[in-house]
Design a protein around this ligand. Sequence first.
Ligand SMILES: [Cu+2]
Length: 148
Amino acid sequence: MRGVPLAVLLALALAACASPGTRTIEVSMTDALRFEPGTIEVAPGETVLFEVTNDGQSVHEFLIGDEGEQAAFAEEMADDGMAHDTDAGVSVEPGATETFEYTFDAGEVDLLAGCHEPGHYDGGMVASITVIEGSGGERYRLALPMER
Ligand SMILES: [Cu+2]
């Protein structure tokens, strides 16, 4: 370590800590009323960048919530017929891609992602999201590059 300025060591240590290693998950939505992938596993407390692409001809949405929240989304859609634009997800025009970040709380289990365009959710346009200890491990490897 002699001859290496302390400031350089500190900078390296900070750089290592500053990398949150946010995982990106690509999701495709189709007019077959399906999400691909249909099941997603995340770690407690993990922040995921969702990259949601609409591969269909009609508008689709990707909204994260438990069963009660999905019911509320459906009700809102029935009330005003407006596509949603919330922290819980995105509404995506045909052929477009939207991104959003979502952090999964440690206490959340058995979440769903649903599309609430008329008839889509009931038609099976729902994906399951499971918060599992030990999944999404990449972020820990990425966050600790100096331990190799
Ligand atoms: Cu849809």
